[in-house]
Design a protein around this ligand. Structure first.
Ligand code: NI
Length: 148
């Protein structure tokens, strides 16, 4: 495991779209391990692969309830709407209010290639949406309603 460098602010890679993972090989497993270590080291609750310079659809999340690993995640359902205070490891020291669904459901693969469904409310719903946005090159700062 290794801590990877987090790309920040106007780094162009953050704006690019990530590609589907076709095969979960050793490289992807190492990426998942490194991303988790990098997220914990930075005391974040989520990290997407483009943030460490890899344009692949890989996400890790831990809002305090344990590690969630998502490969090729797709948001398949959302409900409700709420303003949440958000931050991002790629924008250190910043926060902003974003309108997000109160509930989100995501379909993805786990590291064993099995289909999984993760659903959550509140902070988990926000993290699921925020991190999948990263894979489309979309950043929360684009969606901020009221900068803090
Ligand atoms: Ni982020």
């Amino acid at each position: 495991m290794a801590i990877r460098t987090i790309r920040i602010e106007d780094d162009e890679i953050l704006r690019k779209k990530s590609r589907d993972v076709k095969e979960i090989d050793e490289k992807i497993i190492t990426l998942l391990d490194d991303m988790a270590e990098t997220m914990y080291d930075a005391e974040g609750v989520g990290l997407a692969a483009p943030q460490v310079g890899i344009l692949k659809k890989v996400v890790v999340i831990d809002i305090g309830d344990g590690l969630i690993e998502l490969i090729n995640p797709v948001v398949i359902e959302t409900r409700g709407e709420k303003l949440f205070e958000e931050a991002c490891l790629s924008f250190p020291g910043q926060m902003g209010k974003v309108l997000r669904p109160e509930y989100a459901k995501v379909e993805a693969l786990n590291r064993d290639g099995e289909k999984i469904v993760i659903e959550g409310e509140g902070v988990l719903a926000v993290a699921l949406c925020h991190e999948t946005d990263h894979l489309d090159g979309v950043l929360y700062v684009d969606k901020v309603i009221d900068g803090a």
